[in-house]
Structure formats: C-alpha cells, structure tokens
Design a protein around this ligand. Structure first.
Ligand SMILES: [Ca+2]
Ligand SMILES: [Ca+2]
Ligand SMILES: [Ca+2]
Length: 389
C-alpha cells in the first residue's frame, strides 16, 4: 500500500504521542494481518436471532436513550449500509464475530488476480479509487491495505457504533446498518505522529466518507524545543487537509482529550475549534458526572456522552471496558451517522450542531452545565427526533 506525502516524515516523525485512553492493550505482534473473512449466510441470518447477552451491562447504550425496547422498536436506529463512516484510529478487528459484515471489504481489491503476488498484493489500484491494494481500509502506519487492530481502541469504537444487534452474541451497537472504513494511523503501542495523521486525512479526502471519527487530534508540536516557527508550519499542514474536508462538508467527530487544562487553551485546540464541521465531545460516567481529566469547555465543546467503563468489542472476539473522551465521541459519531442515514443531504452542519446542543436534542444535565455548549449529555433518540422538526 503506497501512500504519498511521506516527505513530511522528515519534519515530524519524532513527534510521538501516547493514547491516553485506558484500554486493554494487546502486545505488538509480527503476525501478518489476517485477510477479511466473508460474512457467512448464517452470520447474515443471525441478525434476528435474539437479544445480545451483554446488552444488560451496556449502561452507556441505555444512557443515550437506547433501552432494550427502544433498540428493537425505533426505526431511526436502523441506519443504512450506504452510510460510510471513516474510523481514524488503531485499525479494526474486522473479523470479530460481532463486527463482521459492518466493516468495508473492498471486493475489487481481493479477487484472485488481486492477490497474485507473494505478499498478497498486486500493487494495482484495481477499483481506481486512488488507493492501491486497499482491501480493508488503509493502514498508513505499516503502509498496507489491511487496517487490522492489535491495540484495541479502534475495535472498541467500531463496537460502540455498530456491533451487530440481536445476533444473540456479545453486545449491541447504536446503529444496525452502517459501513465502517478503518484508517489505521496509530500503532499497536498507541503512538502516532503528525505525518501519520496527515496521511490518514489524505485517505479521507479520497474515500469521501459521510462522517469521520478521529481517535486523537492532540499532538506535541514544534519538536523537542517547541520551536514556534515549526509549530506554525505543522499547524498550516494540518489546516490544509482540514480545509479540504470542510469544503466537502464532512462532519468530523473528536474527543476533547484528557488533560488538567480545559479544552480550547492549546494551539491545536484553537485550530480544532475554528472548524464548524468539527464536533468536540467530552466524557461522562454512569452517574452523569464529568470523567476524571476529561477536557471541557462551555464555549468550544459541543456535548458530552458516556466515555467511562464502556463495554464494547475488543480484538480476537473479546469484549472489554474502555475509557476516554474518544469513546464518548464514538457515541456522537453513531448519532451523526444515523442522522445522515435518515436525512441525507437535507442535513446541514448548522442544523446538526444546533440540534446537538439544543434543549430538545439531548438530555440537559445541570451538573454538566459548565462543561459543554448546551450542557447536554447525548440522547440519540431525542437528537434524531429533534432533527425532524
Ligand atoms: Ca483501490
Ligand atoms: Ca496493516
Ligand atoms: Ca451483538
């Protein structure tokens, strides 16, 4: 998998960061990424097999308005496989039994001919989408077309949004039908750099998804000396990509991050908040209190959502609890993707943001009033209903 823009590596490759999310970390492996399994007829039929056994422990799903009854009855939660959500993270375990069929598999790149050489790639862009050998998303860390996850963050996000519902297996997702497109820009140790992010944003510009989720937009800029000129050069590279995504009117959902300071104070936060297509989410717990170290702002954070001890999918058919504002952002990503499925082009970015922060578009929680623009905690059902008006 060849990705352009590697020229930037010279400037920024030493800028690494660690994911601050508490998650189950899998040891890096030298294994070759697995090819995607085909969803069997039995898997496809399983969608009405019965309630998922772990549903009762999914406090976060229930908290955002999706009780067991709502899950089964509300047509707004169906979604649509035509809606494509790019997940910029650590990859996704696309062979997880609760995710198979929900992650984009590029059949044009996986024909017998497409798997001709010894590495499994023919080094051709068989479907002419501008990406060579992109079989399951794009991996800009290892430069291949299998964005497989051995870390856990991306698989956790995928499960929150779209774990298969009512297949009598594991957990339930917020939406039943959606196509997840993984872009792996964070390695197995949770580290990345600005060059990886820029390459991942280039993939977004080629794929043109309906919604983009970004695991982490917080980077140490300017090198070890925090050189102001270098910081501005890096900011300008990032803005070039974000400007193009904004032109395409694609909503980008991101967590506010974890730090002792509030959101909006760092140079990067200021860049993020200057984009009206970027939705910033902070994290709450089961008692609707702000999570420890979750960044907040009543002017620059849009809303809050559950992001603490959230039960979700983990690689290798596992399940686990994850914490971090990124996982709160995953809930909002699903809500926005459902809105895209239902209202399509009629949905403007202004409507989307205004509804998310409005009184009718979420659950207003007094104790969260200072922490986001509307003081809301996400309620997916209310959000979709309010958008209809
Ligand atoms: Ca291709
Ligand atoms: Ca890979
Ligand atoms: Ca399930």
């Amino acid at each position: 998998m060849k990705v352009k823009n590697l020229v930037l590596l010279g400037i920024v490759s030493y800028l690494t960061m660690a994911c601050t999310q508490t998650i189950i970390v899998y040891k890096p492996s030298k294994q070759i990424d697995p090819l995607p399994k085909v969803e069997s007829e039995e898997d496809k039929d399983a969608k009405s097999k019965g309630l998922d056994p772990m549903n009762e422990d999914q406090w976060a799903l229930h908290k955002v308005g999706i009780s067991k009854d709502v899950l089964n009855k509300d047509e707004n939660l169906k979604g649509n496989y035509n809606v494509k959500v790019a997940i910029l993270s650590t990859g996704i375990d696309y062979n997880h039994k609760d995710l198979i069929g929900q992650v984009h598999v590029n059949k044009s790149e996986i024909t017998q001919e497409g798997l001709a050489d010894e590495k499994g790639y023919n080094q051709k862009d068989d479907d002419k989408n501008g990406l060579v050998d992109d079989i399951v998303g794009v991996d800009v860390v290892d430069n291949d077309g299998l964005a497989y996850d051995r870390h856990g963050a991306g698989t956790a996000v995928a499960g929150i949004i779209a774990a298969k519902t009512n297949n009598a297996t594991g957990i339930s997702g917020i939406m039943k039908e959606v196509t997840l497109y993984p872009v792996r820009y964070i390695n197995d140790n949770g580290q990345t750099n600005l060059a990886n992010l820029l390459n991942a944003l280039d993939v977004v510009l080629k794929v043109k998804p309906d919604v983009v989720f970004v695991q982490q937009l917080q980077f140490q800029l300017g090198g070890r000396d925090k050189d102001p000129a270098l910081i501005e050069a890096e900011i300008s590279l990032m803005k070039k990509k974000l400007d193009k995504i904004k032109e395409l009117k694609i909503p980008v959902i991101v967590g506010a991050g974890e730090d002792i300071e509030s959101f909006g104070t760092s140079r990067l936060d200021q860049v993020i908040r200057s984009y009206d297509n970027v939705v910033v989410v902070t994290s709450t717990n089961e008692s609707d209190n702000l999570s420890f170290l979750a960044k907040y702002s009543f002017t620059a954070v849009h809303t809050s959502a559950p992001g603490e001890n959230v039960l979700t999918t983990q690689p290798l058919n596992q399940y686990g609890k994850v914490s971090g504002t990124a996982f709160a952002a995953a809930h909002v990503t699903a809500a926005v993707a459902l809105a895209k499925a239902k209202y399509a082009e009629k949905l403007s970015m202004q409507d989307l943001v205004a509804t998310l922060i409005s009184e009718k578009g979420g659950d207003y929680i007094q104790s969260l009033d200072r922490y986001s623009r509307g003081g809301n905690r996400l309620n997916v059902v209310k959000f979709l209903t309010a958008l209809a008006k």
